[in-house]
Design a protein around this ligand. Structure first.
Ligand code: FE
Length: 343
């Protein structure tokens, strides 16, 4: 990153000398720490550069590693933006003090309030749902209703879900605490854990595969995993996904649990204005369309349609708890899951 910045300054100086004041050189750069797969974001960044002349230096790594790096770099950090998934991770970054509040009329107008931090430390850029998935033919969707009902004895030995280490599950439990309270959620978690078909293991895709392999009848997973499997070039993945039905829980009540991928401007951001501009670009109509299609996630901007595959899962009513609440309740959720024996 340092090298690239020096390189930029060198080129800019050279351009000045020879009188080439192209917009690309005048506009500068922005440094992005991203926990997203590079292929899922790079083409968008290239488009941003083409439109604005602002070069994007992308550092891709796991969410935890990026947060550690930001913390250790402190105010010498070259990063301008942290881009990661899950409100739990975004909140953790905020609590660690590595994000700064941003006011942007464009972001506030396009991103619904529930999908961004009220103080502007982070903004949701895509939305994902975590519904109940079931094996078609083994479960009649009429038997399903809410997450809460999955604690009933009839589901004993029939549920696959990943470990409580995973932030997706922590946020899901946090959403239940937000509405039902800690005590009721703990009682639920004990019943839910008692219904696990196996010790939690693997990622969301593995829960889907285990269900189709006959290890369980119900899997909890984010929608984009199922959509990506349906769109996969691998015939076996596609076939597995085809055997799974999507059930939207609690549609008369609080709604299906949803989460976001999102980004915030870092506290030390040397290119703060460019960072805000990139966030505004990512919330723009074209970027939202491309990003949602490519990731198989729901756009956060209204008026932008989801992919055909996602639309095939049907419409749903989403839980309206503010994403910030999920972060605030994260530690409570983790302790509760531990007490309930969710490993
Ligand atoms: Fe994921």
């Amino acid at each position: 990153m340092r090298l690239s910045r020096r390189h930029f300054l060198f080129v800019a100086a050279l351009a000045g000398v020879v009188g080439l004041n192209g917009p690309a050189l005048a506009a500068g750069e922005v440094n992005l720490y991203s926990a997203r797969q590079e292929a899922l974001i790079k083409p968008l960044l290239d488009q941003f550069t083409a439109e604005t002349g602002i070069r994007v230096n992308l550092v891709s790594a796991k969410a935890d590693a990026l947060l550690q790096r930001l913390k250790s770099e402190g105010r010498n950090s070259p990063a301008d933006i942290l881009f990661t998934v899950d409100a739990g991770n975004l909140h953790a970054a905020q609590v660690a003090g590595v994000l700064q509040p941003v006011r942007s009329a464009a972001l506030e107008a396009t991103i619904p309030e529930v999908y961004r931090d009220p103080q502007g430390h982070w903004f949701g850029l895509s939305m994902r749902a975590r519904p109940i998935l079931y094996v078609k033919g083994k479960v009649n969707p009429a038997e399903l209703s809410t997450y809460e009902a999955l604690a009933e004895p009839k589901w004993k030995g029939r549920i696959c879900v990943r470990s409580s280490d995973n932030v997706y599950n922590q946020s899901m439990v946090g959403s239940m605490i937000a509405t039902r309270g800690e005590e009721a959620t703990e009682a639920w978690a004990k019943g839910f854990v008692a219904n696990f078909a196996r010790k939690p293991q693997g990622g969301d895709r593995d829960q889907i595969k285990a269900a189709v392999a006959g290890q369980c009848d119900i899997a909890i997973a984010n929608t984009y995993y199922l959509a990506q499997m349906l769109e996969s070039d691998k015939a076996d993945e596609k076939a597995i996904a085809g055997k799974i039905g999507v059930f939207w829980p609690d549609q008369q009540g609080r709604g299906v649990h949803v989460n976001i991928s999102g980004a915030g401007v870092t506290t030390a951001a040397p290119n703060r204005d460019n960072a805000v501009r990139l966030l505004e670009f990512l919330a723009g109509e074209n970027a939202q369309q491309w990003y949602a299609e490519t990731n198989q996630e729901y756009p956060v901007r209204s008026g932008v349609t989801a992919s055909a595959t996602l639309r095939g899962f049907g419409e749903f009513h989403a839980d309206s708890v503010n994403m910030a609440r999920l972060g605030e309740l994260n530690a409570t959720a983790v302790r509760l899951m531990d007490r309930a024996g969710w490993r």
